[in-house]
Design a binder for this molecule. Structure first.
Ligand SMILES: C[S@@+](CC[C@H](N)C(=O)[O-])C[C@H]1O[C@@H](n2cnc3c(N)ncnc32)[C@H](O)[C@@H]1O
Length: 242
């Protein structure tokens, strides 16, 4: 198996790494408090979900990733690691799959699942999708299933995906977006963010975030409309090449 350390940058678990200017400090501190509270709610939800068995994704990214033997695949917000392990099986012993998740209990569960299924070419690390602890240009494919809606800066996540992909690499992401902007009350509710809807932005804003990260040709592979708490949502499955 390839050494997982080959991919690691030595910055696992970094959250708010920038130092704010004095004039902006109060606003920034308030924002950081809010971000912290939101992340705590997200972690609390998924600590519980780590022992469950119901599916947590909102699309079928693995149907579209078209993994070739020998490839290196990254699964962002891997949860219990089912899709990471699937990717590891597809890429075979000459490749590897890496799962990253914010929640300790999820990473532990994913590692346990890897041991139980005897998949040898998968690794799991704890980290934040906004600050990927990986070297640049070390993955052929990135996948993520219903995770990026939890991030406060979606464009930053896509810049990180762009950074870690090799030239010619691709991502396939499934995520929840809205038809119209969410009411401010929902946007301000950390519990709503943890439940996969408070952090959702409109489809147009989402595609703009991807484009601003440097991905030119964005393909919508699947589009499923649904209602959640009386709000129109769309589950999008998206692919783009670097
Ligand atoms: C809806 S679940 C999806 C899990 C998995 N992708 C699946 O389809 O089963 C969202 C996962 O994203 C993780 N997560 C949420 N915010 C994250 C972040 N900022 N960085 C890394 N993982 C995050 C959660 O811990 C959780 O395991």
């Amino acid at each position: 198996m390839k050494s997982l350390y080959k991919y690691i940058n030595g910055s696992i678990g970094r959250w708010n790494s920038r130092t704010p200017k004095a004039s902006n400090r109060k606003g920034t501190e308030q924002m950081q408090d809010k971000t912290k509270e939101t992340k705590q709610k997200i972690i609390a939800r998924y600590e519980t979900e780590s022992t469950g068995c119901c599916a947590l994704g909102c699309g079928n990214t693995m149907d579209f990733l078209e993994i070739m033997p020998g490839e290196d695949i990254l699964d962002l917000g891997c949860g219990r690691g089912e899709e990471t392990l699937d990717a590891a099986r597809q890429t075979g012993p000459s490749g590897m799959a890496m799962g990253l998740d914010l929640t300790t209990a999820m990473v532990e569960k994913a590692r346990q699942n890897a041991r139980d299924t005897e998949v040898q070419n998968a690794g799991f690390v704890q980290g934040d999708i906004e600050f990927l602890p990986f070297k640049s240009e070390c993955f052929d494919g990135v996948t993520s299933n219903c995770v990026i809606n939890h991030a406060s800066d979606k464009a930053r996540v896509y810049r990180e995906i762009h950074r870690v992909l090799r030239k010619g690499g691709r991502f396939v992401v499934a995520d929840a977006v809205t038809k119209v902007p969410l009411p401010q009350k929902i946007k301000d509710d950390p519990e709503a963010w943890a439940q996969c809807f408070g952090g959702a932005i409109t489809e147009a804003e989402y595609l703009e975030a991807i484009q601003s990260a440097g991905f030119d040709e964005i393909i919508i592979l699947n589009r499923r409309e649904y209602m959640k708490n009386d709000i129109d949502f769309i589950s999008l499955t998206i692919k783009a090449l670097k």
